[in-house]
Design a binder for this molecule. Structure first.
Ligand code: DGI
Ligand code: FE
Ligand code: FE
Length: 200
């Protein structure tokens, strides 16, 4: 199966599940393509679209369904993920992308790290992470705040508007997690530390 067939299959399978957040997924695809054109035009469109359509593929599954997928593909949990349901959907979506659709590893990793980010993210990972946060259907105040910040940085011709916006989004996410007394995953912390260490 070539990459266009794979994208068609993914979309068909996704629409068949009638996910409630289809507008969000389409918003991520559109925003990610825009970020790619502006900042990383060398990345093929199909990688962006495959990652965008896969990223929340398992979002509506319950904890047991995530665990079953991860067990099936021998993907270990780290002791924190199992008690943090929001961290499970990116991992189970990775498993399906890698082992069922057999997508390229760089695409699968963009799915895996779309919620937390990680140290030294690839351009594709940054695009999916940021598009997930700022796509046009997001109305939550932290999302609109990061979107406005990103757009302002682009307008001002900042050298690294995506990285600066990602750092800001990590700050806001970490702040909320602390406020709610929730677990901060090490990848979330390391994503932020790395951007600061590298001077963005
Ligand atoms: O699936 P989406 O809603 O489109 O977006 P997402 O996959 O980025 O998930 C966002 C949620 O994930 C948001 O409620 C914050 C949460 N999150 C991100 N990093 C961490 C986290 N939750 C915990 N507990 N720990 C993290 O490090
Ligand atoms: Fe998600
Ligand atoms: Fe999402």
């Amino acid at each position: 199966m070539d990459f266009t067939d794979k994208l068609t299959t993914i979309k068909n399978d996704l629409y068949a599940k009638k996910p409630s957040r289809i507008n969000h997924i389409e918003g991520v695809a559109e925003c990610a393509l825009e970020l790619k054109r502006r900042h990383f035009p060398e990345i093929p469109d199909f990688k962006i679209l495959q990652a965008a359509y896969m990223h929340d593929f398992t979002k509506e599954y319950d904890i047991q369904a995530h665990i079953e997928i991860l067990n099936k593909y021998n993907m270990p949990l780290d002791g924190y993920e199992e008690i943090t349901p929001k961290l499970l959907h990116s991992k189970s979506a990775y498993a399906i992308a890698a082992y069922e659709y057999k997508l390229d590893e760089d695409v699968c990793l963009a799915v895996l790290y779309h919620t937390t980010g990680r140290e030294n993210m690839t351009p594709l990972e940054k695009i999916i992470y940021l598009a997930d946060y700022i796509e046009k259907n997001r109305t939550y105040v932290t999302c609109t705040d990061v979107r406005d910040t990103y757009e302002l940085l682009v307008e001002k011709q900042h050298k690294k508007p995506m990285e600066e916006a990602i750092l800001y989004s990590l700050d806001l996410t970490i702040g909320e997690l602390i406020e709610k007394k929730l677990i901060i995953h090490k990848d979330t912390i390391q994503a932020r530390n790395y951007l600061i260490k590298e001077g963005i």
